[in-house]
Design a protein around this ligand. Structure first.
Ligand SMILES: [Zn+2]
Length: 365
């Protein structure tokens, strides 16, 4: 069989190059032949195998809408969910702005809202920040915040109001409750936080979805558990996807691509080929010419994963209507002044929190 040529220009997709060099009919026949065996033609670009369907995009095209926070009286800047002004509900996503943490800022900068017990930060500062977040979202700093010990799983736990008093949080990546008077939360610094609310039965969930949790369908399994435990109907659910690393910035390796391909029929729609877009490089390409052979340019394509879309698809697969899903916006890497980013700061990052809860202190109505 004729070998497909290597990409000779970093600005072209492999499939464009291939179709230039091979008659279209021959390629169509080849694809049809492959399809008989359930296969998709792949090409090799810069030494890596690509499925031909991965669409090309620029980071700019993939960039998601920036988030605009609300500033609470205590100085905490946080993101409420538009349209979620239900009288019984608390919900929101924190940013790094506000707070008393000094672990991740310059000496002369104001304190920050690290909400995770990281090794770099003081426990007292994190505890103070959690009280500030509770105050910003619920109006009362003593509202307990219940978290889980996250480990990139698809494990979801049901929390009761006594949960915050536990010595150690339980291990899980999703938490849900029908009891009121406290917040449940997940911690993130690039991973995608998802909040799910049953408007009719008044049940709330917070989910931590990095690529590993997403590929293990943490969102689908959380909703499945809400259905099993309380008979939640997907048509009564609303969901909000908070700030995480966007498709503009989230370059991933081949192992991530193949994990998604093995799990989701729609995996193709979650990946894009993105070329280096440094403006100087694009403007003066001659300055960056090297002696490398064609196809080995350092400006090679990277595969970017859209984790926001991946989790939106899981919400839809679980039965939510598309219009019941809010993408709050913001990329943790594109807005470093507003968000902590694990990848953006090479691992030295604080944690933000997505919280949700049911108002009230008395008997559940
Ligand atoms: Zn970005």
């Amino acid at each position: 069989m004729k070998r497909l040529p290597k990409s000779s220009s970093p600005g072209k997709t492999a499939s464009k190059v291939a179709s230039r060099d091979l008659p279209v009919r021959e390629l169509t026949d080849l694809d049809a032949f492959y399809a008989l065996g359930g296969l998709t033609r792949a090409v090799r670009v810069a030494g890596r195998v690509r499925r031909k369907k991965t669409p090309e995009a620029s980071a700019d095209e993939l960039r998601i809408r920036a988030a605009t926070p609300r500033k609470a009286a205590n100085g905490v800047e946080w993101l409420p969910v538009p349209g979620w002004e239900l009288p019984w509900l608390w919900a929101g996503f924190s940013t790094r702005k506000g707070g008393v943490s000094r672990a991740y800022c310059a000496d002369d900068a104001p304190g920050e809202m690290n909400l995770g017990f990281t090794t770099a930060d003081d426990r007292a500062a994190v505890e103070a920040n959690r009280r500030l977040l509770a105050e910003a979202v619920t109006g009362d700093s003593v509202t307990p915040v219940t978290v889980v010990r996250q480990f990139h799983s698809n494990l979801v736990v049901l929390a009761g109001s006594g949960e915050a008093a536990r010595e150690r949080p339980r291990k899980a990546d999703g938490i849900f409750t029908r009891e009121h008077g406290f917040l449940i939360g997940v911690q993130v610094a690039d991973c995608i936080p998802v909040l799910v609310v049953d408007r009719r039965k008044k049940i709330v969930a917070a989910i931590h979805a990095g690529w590993r949790g997403t590929v293990q369908r943490i969102v689908e399994s959380s909703i499945g558990q809400m259905q099993m435990e309380f008979g939640c109907r997907p048509s009564d659910l609303i969901a909000a996807i908070g700030p995480g690393i966007g498709p503009c910035c989230y370059a991933v390796g081949e192992e991530v691509v193949s994990e998604f391909n093995s799990q989701f029929a729609y995996a193709d729609s979650l990946f894009h080929e993105v070329y280096d877009e440094e403006p100087v490089r694009l403007r003066y390409p001659m300055l960056f010419l090297t002696q490398r052979a064609p196809g080995h340019s350092p400006i090679g394509p990277q595969i970017h994963l859209d984790l926001v879309e991946a989790n939106r698809r899981q919400l839809v697969a679980a039965g939510l209507k598309a219009k019941a899903i809010q993408v709050v916006g913001g990329c943790t890497m594109c807005q470093p002044e507003l968000f902590f980013s694990h990848r953006g700061s090479r691992g030295h990052a604080g944690r933000m929190m997505a919280v949700v809860g049911i108002r009230g202190t008395g008997k559940r109505s």
